[in-house]
Design a protein. Structure first.
Length: 208
């Protein structure tokens, strides 16, 4: 093997190794086209946690879908759309879930979906982004900013490319018209107002 051929092969190997260790595709260079990822809901989760009396109750939504368009070279060209079916709320207690689906909380007969649509994406670190957009829940639309971490890409079991994204934020449920509560004999209320939201997404990269 000539020195030039050996040098070319070594260069290609170094580029591939760099891409694998950083979780970024070698094609995602400045000026490249954006990549599109579809959420795999079987391996994704949108969960929440809220204070109940003196402890925390956890729950999740089972039915979610969405698309992430990611341009590594020009993050401002990236975008996110995300939809949750409100009826899919699950706190592993049938009576409580029925109450959550009622007009006291999500009112799923009238407001079937919880949606998020981004308006701006800004890179904040090597693998972190601020994703600003409109969250609509129970018919109320609010602008929020989600701190998103890109977890990298791997090859799936069928040869498909998968990518991970995660975010965590806190919302005041009353900002979205979810006001139900009950007073306690010793003072205070059954539920807290602040809800911790955690979203973990495993996505499948779409073929161009």
């Amino acid at each position: 093997m000539s020195k030039s051929i050996a040098h070319s092969a070594l260069s290609r190997s170094l580029v591939l190794l760099t891409a694998l260790t950083t979780g970024v595709s070698a094609l995602a260079a400045p000026g490249s086209a954006a990549s599109v990822y579809k959420i795999d809901k079987v391996h994704s989760e949108a969960s929440f946690r809220i204070r109940h009396l003196v402890t925390k109750v956890r729950g999740r939504f089972e039915d979610l879908a969405g698309t992430i368009t990611m341009d590594m070279g020009k993050p401002a060209n990236s975008s996110v759309t995300f939809t949750i079916q409100a009826i899919s709320v699950n706190t592993f207690n049938d009576e409580r879930d029925t109450h959550l689906r009622s007009a006291d909380f999500f009112n799923v007969e009238k407001f079937k979906e919880i949606t998020f649509t981004s308006s701006h994406v800004a890179k904040t670190g090597d693998d972190t982004y601020d994703v600003t957009g409109t969250l609509t829940m129970r018919g109320v639309a609010r602008e929020i900013t989600l701190p998103v971490v890109f977890l990298g890409e791997v090859n799936g079991m069928q040869g498909e490319v998968r990518a991970g994204f995660t975010t965590e934020t806190q919302l005041d449920r009353k900002d979205f018209g979810i006001n139900w509560n009950a007073g306690l004999d010793r003072g205070g209320f059954v539920l807290g107002d602040d809800v911790l939201i955690e979203i973990n997404l495993e996505t499948v990269k779409q073929q161009p």
